[in-house]
Design a protein around this ligand. Structure first.
Ligand code: ADP
Length: 237
């Protein structure tokens, strides 16, 4: 299995607040990885660091595919932020048009596939009129409209109802390319654990546990959710 990205001893401080400490992660190609932890544990910060949107206070991210050309390798990451950051007057169709203009790896076929999988048929609707759940579907469809090596999804199930959650999880599986990896941050472990190959639990900015899901199930007989409940307090979930 090929290593796609590694983080080396990453530390991140906001002013004097430490959000992450000593984060060492390896993301292999072709895997779906869960980044799991309660709100405020540091998941979004870590996603942004991997995407190159933030610089760590110390430590670094290695992009082995293209180490000498950091800017290009970061551009090969499709990042779904936790909120859509387009001006409200733009329509759903405008957002897809923007992605098509912006990213050379945009695929019309993949965009169409995602629109079908997630029932996005409101292309003339203004983004500001959409519900939280609808916005998240559009954001996910845009993220997967690109054909790239690494997809980073920050809380893709946040505002979604139970039926919608299943659709989204199925869509994520469908859209994975053979050698692409997907990192998904969430605290909704039960809804999505079936698609994880590996997990990192983030607690107060530290990796509290990491492992391969099949190995974990075989060795301890536990589901990811059971392990999660063991590591974190019920109150924090
Ligand atoms: P999560 O995604 O797990 O909810 P975050 O990465 O958003 O966690 O936040 C981790 C910690 O860093 C939290 O305590 C949060 O308040 C803090 N934090 C996040 N972004 C900022 C920021 N821009 N400025 C100051 N503190 C921040």
């Amino acid at each position: 299995m090929k290593t796609l990205i590694q983080t080396k001893s990453i530390e991140m401080k906001y002013a004097d607040k430490r959000a992450l400490s000593d984060i060492n992660m390896t993301i292999e190609s072709g895997k779906i990885i869960g980044l799991l932890g309660p709100n405020g544990s540091g998941k979004t910060t870590l996603m942004k660091l991997i995407a190159g949107l933030l610089q760590p206070s110390s430590g670094y991210v290695i992009y082995p595919e293209n180490a000498a050309r950091g800017v290009e390798s970061k551009a090969a990451i499709s990042f779904m932020p936790d909120e859509l950051r387009f001006p409200g007057y733009m329509t759903v169709a405008d957002a897809f048009g923007f992605y098509s203009d912006m990213y050379p790896d945009y695929s019309k076929i993949r965009a169409e596939q995602m629109r079908e999988l997630l029932n996005i048929d409101n292309s003339k609707a203004k983004l500001k009129t959409l519900s939280k759940g609808q916005k998240e579907r559009v954001a996910l469809a845009l993220t997967f409209s690109r054909q790239t090596k690494l997809y980073l999804l920050d809380e893709p199930l946040g505002g979604i109802d139970p039926v919608g959650k299943k659709k989204i999880v199925d869509a994520i599986l469908t859209m994975q390319l053979d050698d692409s990896s997907i990192v998904i941050s969430t605290h909704l472990v039960k809804d999505i654990e079936r698609i994880f190959d590996g997990v990192y639990f983030i607690s107060n900015g530290n990796i509290a546990f990491s492992g391969d899901c099949d190995e974990m199930r075989e060795q301890s007989g536990k589901t990811v959710e059971q392990k999660y409940l063991e590591v974190f307090d019920y109150e924090s979930i």
